[in-house]
Ligand binder design. Structure first.
Ligand code: UDP
Length: 245
C-alpha cells in the first residue's frame, strides 16, 4: 500500500544537540547522526520540504559557561559557533546519502556556510534541498528553540517537529526524576506556557502561540516517528491553538 499523502508541505525539524549525542555523555554519536540523516532523507523523498535548526547542547551551553564566570554574551556566541559544527556534521551525513543540502548561518562564516538569507533559503527548499540553519538567531540571550520558531515562521513552515531525546513528548513533570509524571498527548500553547511545561523555552513558545504554529514533540529514538507524524498519525505531543491545526 502506498503511504498516505504527507500532511505537510514544508516542516522545520528542531534537533537539539542532545539528539546528536545518542547515548554518549558529550559530543556527537556518528551512528546516531546517520540515523537522523536517514529519517530526514525519507521525509524529503515523500515530497516534504525539510529545514533543520540544530542546537549545541552536546558541545556547549552559554548559560552554563556564564554560571562558571564567563560573560554571558561571550558564552552565547560560543554556543552559536558550536551549532555550526553540528550543522556541518549533519550536512556531511546527508550528503553521504546523496541529499542536496545548504547550511545557512546567522553568524558570518562564509568559508563554510552561506549567510542566512530568507528568500534564498525558501528557494533552496523549493528546489528540494535540505536547509540547515546554524548559529541560532545570531543573538546572545536566545536559544535555538527560538531560532526554530523564528525560522519556521519566516519560511512559512506548516509545523515544527521538535525532536526529544529519550522522552515520548511533553509530561506534566520531568519523567527522568518523577516516576509519576503524566504524559500529555495534546495541549494548547497557552496551557503549556501557564503550566511551565518543557516543550521549548517560553520565548519560543510564545512566538509559536502568537502566530498559530503547531509543534509536534516526539521521541527521536524511535526511527519511525518523523514518518508517522508526516503521515498524520498521532505521535508524541501536539501543541497547538486548537483542533483546526
Ligand atoms: N545560542 C544563542 N543564541 C541563539 C541560539 C543559541 O546565544 O539564538 C547559544 C546559547 O548559549 C545556547 C547555545 O547557543 O546555550 C546552544 O543552543 P541551545 O542551548 O539552544 O541548544 P540545544 O539545547 O538545542 O542543544
Amino acid at each position: 500500500m502506498a503511504p498516505p499523502e504527507p500532511k505537510f508541505r514544508r516542516v522545520l525539524l528542531k534537533l537539539s544537540g542532545e539528539a546528536l549525542m545518542g547515548d554518549l555523555e558529550y559530543g556527537t554519536d556518528a551512528e546516531q547522526v546517520v540515523r537522523i540523516a536517514e529519517q530526514i532523507r525519507a521525509t524529503r523523498s515523500r515530497g516534504v520540504e525539510v529545514a533543520v535548526v540544530v542546537g549545541a547542547g552536546n558541545i556547549y551551553r552559554g548559560l552554563q559557561a556564564a554560571a562558571e564566570g564567563m560573560d554571558r554574551a561571550t558564552g552565547d556566541y560560543m554556543g552559536m559557533l558550536a551549532t555550526v559544527l553540528n550543522a556541518l556534521t549533519l550536512q556531511d551525513a546527508l550528503e553521504k546519502l546523496g541529499e542536496h543540502t545548504r547550511v545557512q548561518s546567522a553568524i558570518d562564516v562564509k568559508e563554510v556556510a552561506e549567510p542566512y538569507i530568507r528568500r534564498r533559503a525558501m528557494r533552496h527548499l523549493e528546489k528540494g534541498r535540505i536547509v540547515i540553519f546554524a548559529a541560532g538567531t545570531g543573538n546572545p540571550f536566545f536559544t535555538t528553540d527560538t531560532a526554530a520558531a523564528l525560522r519556521a515562521l519566516e519560511i512559512h513552515a506548516d509545523a515544527i517537529l521538535m525532536a526529544k531525546n529519550r522522552v515520548e513528548g511533553v509530561y506534566d513533570a520531568d519523567p527522568a526524576s518523577n516516576p509519576d509524571a503524566r504524559f500529555i498527548p495534546e495541549i494548547s500553547h497557552r496551557e503549556a506556557i501557564e503550566q511551565g511545561l518543557r516543550v521549548m523555552d517560553s520565548t519560543a513558545l510564545s512566538l509559536c502561540m502568537d502566530n498559530d504554529l503547531p509543534i509536534y514533540v516526539f521521541n527521536m529514538a524511535d526511527e519511525r516517528n518523523i514518518d508517522r507524524i508526516v503521515s498524520g498519525e498521532r505521535v508524541g505531543t501536539l501543541v497547538s491553538n486548537g483542533p483546526a491545526s
